[in-house]
Design a protein around this ligand. Sequence first.
Ligand code: NAD
Length: 309
Amino acid sequence: MTRTVAFVGLGRMGGPMAANLARAGHRVLGYDVVPEAVAAAAASGAEPAGSAAEAAAEADVVITMLPAGRHVLDLYRERGLLASARPGTLFVDCSTIDVADARAAHEAARAAGHRALDAPVSGGVMGAEAGTLTFMAGGGAEEFARAEPLLSAMGRKVVHCGPAGSGQAAKICNNMILGISMIGVSEAFVLAESLGLDHQALYDVASTASGQCWALTVNCPVPGPVPGSPANRGYRPGFAAPLMAKDLNLAANALRAGGVDAQLGLKAAELYAVFAEGDGAGLDFSAIVRTIRASGAAPKETTTDGTRP
Ligand code: NAD
């Protein structure tokens, strides 16, 4: 069924996602605070809207793709997005935000007489452009059923993870695994270097053994073994280090709030926060291998059983 969709936040992810919705035949009313983003969306089939509230007033479904939870809640509560929409409008937030903010957004939408779904994505800008994103949705079964055809027009896999906030919960848990595993894979390559073990040899073993994971076999942090990985193009993202730092910070907040003893998750958040503000600012998150290599101490003499002589 053709829908009228208000799409708010037409950046690197939202722009191509809105274009895919328009390509699928939906009427897309696009808005962003940056006029160039609105113009680009208009060139890809969206109708430019004068404000987010103006777009929401005409829509069956309002999709937001914004930097952080405060932007979503500010638009929902303060900038009239909820107030201007028709009763029963479905609000789908695809941004990656704090689980607590996502639950607050659901609550605000419900209180205003609307429906809500949190539906963050995995797959990056390339996935947004190709329409191959994975959506992780949180909310009621009815809301999910309403949103599913739209999400399928922008992605390849759509998973209903549970009630309000569950999509965001799945997203930060997944990315905590990814952050920790990228550090682990990078440390293993740097250890291999110090032991005189060839990158390709480690890759050939670990990629078919118990060290196998996405950080190794798809986003391999050293050039060579996986030709398509960012390491082969000077670590141009890919998944930019600041986005990994953001997601790990959300995970760290949730760990602290839940009293979870996840020492590696907290350490990964700490390492990526420093990396993203320094050497990794414009780079893929796999470039952390260079920082690990560079910050290594001079080799120490050890005996064969690993103890100091
Ligand atoms: P982006 O900065 O390119 O886009 C965000 C857009 O929101 C910008 O165009 C900005 O102008 C707009 N915006 C901000 N405040 C607004 C407001 N009040 N009204 C209207 N528009 C407003 O960011 P992005 O890379 O597209 O990421 C968007 C979300 O997707 C983030 O939450 C991010 O964590 C998540 N995400 C990004 C990636 C990725 O690879 N880029 C992957 C997965 C998830």
